[in-house]
Design a protein. Structure first.
Length: 230
């Protein structure tokens, strides 16, 4: 069975043709799809707007793959309603499955930062309203990541975010058993580190498409620029 994992698409009511085609392509390749959160972005669009946007053309394809939808911090369960069933068969905060005697635990990844002081001061403290605002999200993701990633490539994006992967690894060492592997998103930094029982699916945004495949027990990290202008 070929399982495809992706996260952090942060879809809005603006249809991006190249991004749509990329998602359609990778979803079509799968026997099963697991979305690891931040599929749509509550900071930039309401759930009602999302399900009525042109992105809903992907919904029948996602349903045909018996998609598992793991909620993220930008698309929490309370932000949506029963219409999540339009594009997924299962909805949860954590999804576990076994492959070759290994237990994979699929989560978005944000909960691993609950004890991180800097993270809590920004996303969990009194400044949360600003850091979750449309203004900040636009500055961070559209201006900061988009422009600098285009200027310096994926190395910049990875170096910027891999430190957050390191924080998650320190947490799961204490929490996870030896045969358990976390597969998550949230940090926007794709990585496979089986030595530390860690997989991150990365991001599908700003022309950069990252996702993970598990095919008959073999794990692959895929990365490509879906924006043909690059």
């Amino acid at each position: 069975m070929k399982i495809i994992f992706f996260s952090d698409t942060h879809l809005t009511n603006k249809l991006e043709d190249k991004k749509f085609t990329f998602l359609e392509k990778i979803i079509s390749q799968a026997d099963k799809v697991i979305i690891l959160g931040d599929f749509w972005d509550n900071s930039l669009i309401t759930f009602d707007q999302f399900v009525n946007s042109s992105w809903n053309k992907l919904f029948p394809l996602l349903k045909s793959k018996k998609t598992v939808y793991v909620y993220g911090n930008h698309d929490k369960k309370e932000f949506s309603d029963k219409r999540v069933l339009l594009f997924s068969d299962t909805q949860t905060d954590k999804y576990s499955f076994k492959v070759n005697e290994k237990t994979f635990v699929a989560e978005h990844g944000d909960r691993f930062f609950k004890n991180n002081l800097i993270y809590q001061l920004t996303y969990g403290g009194p400044l949360k309203i600003f850091f979750m605002s449309k203004l900040f999200i636009t500055w961070q993701f559209v201006i900061f990541e988009n422009l600098l990633t285009k200027a310096f490539g994926t190395r910049f994006l990875k170096k910027k975010s891999l430190r957050f992967n390191g924080h998650i690894k320190k947490v799961i060492i204490k929490e996870f058993k030896n045969n358990e592997i976390l597969i998550c998103g949230h940090t926007h930094a794709a990585e496979i580190d089986l030595k530390n029982n860690f997989i991150n699916t990365g991001i599908i945004r700003h022309g950069l498409g990252q996702f993970v495949i598990i095919d008959d027990g073999i794990i692959y990290l895929k990365e490509e620029w879906y924006n043909a202008s690059r």
